[in-house]
Write a protein that binds this ligand. Structure first.
Ligand SMILES: Nc1ncnc2c1ncn2[C@@H]1O[C@H](COP(=O)(O)OP(=O)(O)OP(=O)(O)O)[C@@H](O)[C@H]1O
Ligand SMILES: O=P(O)(O)OC[C@@]1(O)O[C@H](CO)[C@@H](O)[C@@H]1O
Length: 311
């Protein structure tokens, strides 16, 4: 048993969020601490979905030595906790915003998952997907997980729940694609990595996304930061553009977009409406420090301001 939405975060993190006027590499930098939050991509997705009034099951690995804030978050939001314990600590990632608005991420590697731990997790995780309509697999892989085993695990999940949404980067993204997830959400840089050449215009990005669709990924959504996002499927393509937004933090904007996509799909919105909603919810998220949607009125105002163009 599980909820309609299951999110997997194999390599969660505490996000230590700070502000540094201007980072000087190789020097001492003074940083004011803004927050220290239990996070990681799939957990951020779950958090936003809870704010949008969905029931979510969350799974992956968590270090047993610093689990408290995660357990607290899950019980506070009513997230069903299916995480497997790993001896040791969940990593801490550092996110520094500068006066210019640019964000520097220091993402640490974190714990190692050995083969036995992976095998038992992979097997057990398939046992609670019977009610899942959408499975979200987000983020990097901990050390120790074999890329082929990871790809095979996604393929098995697809046999139980065909709608797998996958959002990762680097080697894990390339490995996960071999299982042909139903929907992927790379950003433009990740798409460049996948195709192996630079993409300098929206037409080139669209063509690269179409290539992935023709290779069997049904939906490719490319997020483009302040320029919005592009959704390409076999049948249609749309580009959504947000208005100019005041940026407080872009950390988790991509995760918020994934949550918006899940919300639209489960609400039976059209692709066009789903993209508008996902673009609005993620654009709204950059104006605030943490991940989550606190103001539904602002969300409705943002939806009205999204420009949508047939691609
Ligand atoms: N400056 C901005 N103004 C308005 N909307 C934004 C801005 N930055 C991001 N967004 C919204 O958030 C979405 C996701 O952002 P982005 O493309 O940066 O994702 P990402 O690189 O996956 O992010 P993350 O680092 O969170 O994984 C964008 O498609 C857009 O809708
Ligand atoms: O190292 P990964 O798994 O790729 O990314 C981890 C991470 O940067 O993603 C989230 C923002 O999207 C943060 O909460 C977290 O620190």
């Amino acid at each position: 048993m599980s909820h309609r939405i299951v999110t997997f975060t194999l390599n969660p993190a505490y996000d230590l969020i700070g502000y540094c006027q201007n980072i000087e590499l190789g020097d001492v930098n003074l940083v004011s601490t803004n927050d220290f939050l239990p996070a990681g991509k799939g957990i951020n997705v779950a958090k936003v979905l809870c704010d949008l009034e969905h029931k979510v099951t969350a799974s992956g690995f968590l270090g047993d030595l610093n689990r408290e804030a995660f357990s607290h978050l899950f019980s506070q939001l009513g997230i069903e906790d299916k995480f497997s314990a790993i001896a040791g600590r969940t990593r801490i990632n550092v996110k520094l915003t500068e006066e210019s608005g640019s964000v520097t991420d220091l993402n640490f590697s974190g714990f190692t998952v050995d083969n036995n731990q992976w095998q038992s997790f992979a097997e057990q995780s398939l046992s609670f997907l019977s009610d899942a309509e959408i499975v979200v697999i987000s983020g990097s892989l901990p050390k120790g997980i074999d890329l082929t085993a990871f790809s095979n695990w996604i393929a098995k999940i697809k046999t139980i729940c065909p709608k797998v949404i996958f959002d990762s980067s680097r080697d894990a993204l390339a490995a996960g694609l071999k299982a042909k997830p139903w929907l992927i959400k790379p950003n433009d840089k990740e798409l460049e990595m996948l195709v192996g050449y630079s993409l300098s215009s929206i037409d080139e990005i669209k063509k690269a996304a179409f290539d992935l669709v023709s290779r069997g990924i049904e939906n490719v959504i490319v997020s483009l930061g302040s320029k919005g996002a592009l959704w390409v499927s076999k049948q249609e393509a749309w580009i959504a553009k947000p208005p100019k937004c005041k940026v407080t933090s872009t950390v988790g904007a991509g995760d918020t977009m994934v949550a918006g996509i899940v919300h639209g799909l489960l609400s039976n919105y059209s692709i066009k409406q789903t993209l508008i909603f996902a673009c609005a919810v993620s654009a709204l998220s950059v104006s605030q420090a943490g991940v989550g949607i606190s103001d539904k009125t602002k969300l409705n105002e943002m939806i009205e301001q999204i420009e949508i163009i047939a691609g």
